[in-house]
Design a protein around this ligand. Structure first.
Ligand SMILES: Cc1cc2nc3c(=O)[nH]c(=O)nc-3n(C[C@H](O)[C@H](O)[C@H](O)COP(=O)(O)O)c2cc1C
Length: 222
């Protein structure tokens, strides 16, 4: 089976899906992962399947037009200072596990239809964005990335840091903005987000990729 590390380079945003359902075993596996993430990070992520009311609006030429996009993870959780970052981190965990299951995904922060009948939010919770999921029709493609030097800083960085940054550069970010920096300082890493939309969510996504590729855990971050 493919590893999470291998899934990082296989993942590309999928906006055009086949009109076929996700098999029950795969849905179960995704729901198990959601449970672990919700418990460990105090989130309320939910998987909505076959929401056809949403898919009828998919043709709209907003930022990214979508086809047969009617399955999605609702990326939501208890309001707190770092909710966006936690949801990015958890969302990327789901996106990479989806790749392992042969599925494609796309984070959607701007151009989604918000069908509030399909999920539950408590008063103290908030929704950041959606992560669409399904079988790709195979038309997605690789995109450009910033060079290593644009995002990485620090002297005498070890191999694990370089691996982490390279994986971070493969992470999805809103509008492919890649507005983050990763600095190696005395054995640990300072991760910063820049100005822009969804940059805190992006940083969570980037940190997940970095941890997987470097083999380090969250104790690596300043
Ligand atoms: C936080 C976030 C929000 C995004 N919002 C949208 C969106 O509203 N519409 C869309 O088509 N793509 C959206 N994307 C997908 C990005 O455009 C895509 O990840 C980026 O161009 C990099 O391409 P890749 O994912 O294929 O590596 C979003 C991605 C992220 C991380």
């Amino acid at each position: 089976m493919m590893t999470l590390k291998e899934a990082i380079s296989k993942r590309h945003s999928v906006r055009r899906y086949l009109d076929v359902p996700i098999e029950e075993e795969k849905v179960q596996r995704l729901n198990e992962i959601i449970d672990v993430l919700n418990k460990s990070l105090d989130l309320h992520i939910q998987l909505v399947l076959n929401d056809r009311a949403v898919s009828t609006k998919n043709g709209k030429p907003k930022y990214g037009s979508f086809e047969n996009a009617y399955n999605y993870f609702v990326l939501a959780g208890k309001k707190c200072k770092d909710l966006n970052e936690k949801l990015g981190y958890a969302g990327e965990c789901l996106a990479l596990n989806a790749v392992i299951l042969g599925l494609g995904t796309c984070f959607v922060g701007m151009s989604y239809t918000n069908n509030k009948d399909k999920y539950v939010l408590e008063k103290d919770e908030s929704l950041d964005l959606m992560l669409y999921v399904g079988y790709s029709n195979g038309t997605e493609h690789a995109r450009k990335s910033k060079p290593y030097e644009d995002v990485a800083k620090g002297e005498n960085a070890p191999a694990w840091f370089i691996d982490g940054v390279e994986a971070a550069l493969l992470a999805p970010t809103a509008m492919n903005q890649q507005k983050f920096t990763l600095e190696y300082i005395d054995g640990r890493v300072k991760a910063k987000y820049g100005l822009g939309v969804f940059t805190k969510t992006d940083l969570g996504i980037v940190k997940y990729n970095f941890e997987i590729a470097s083999g380090k855990d969250s104790s690596i971050w300043y």
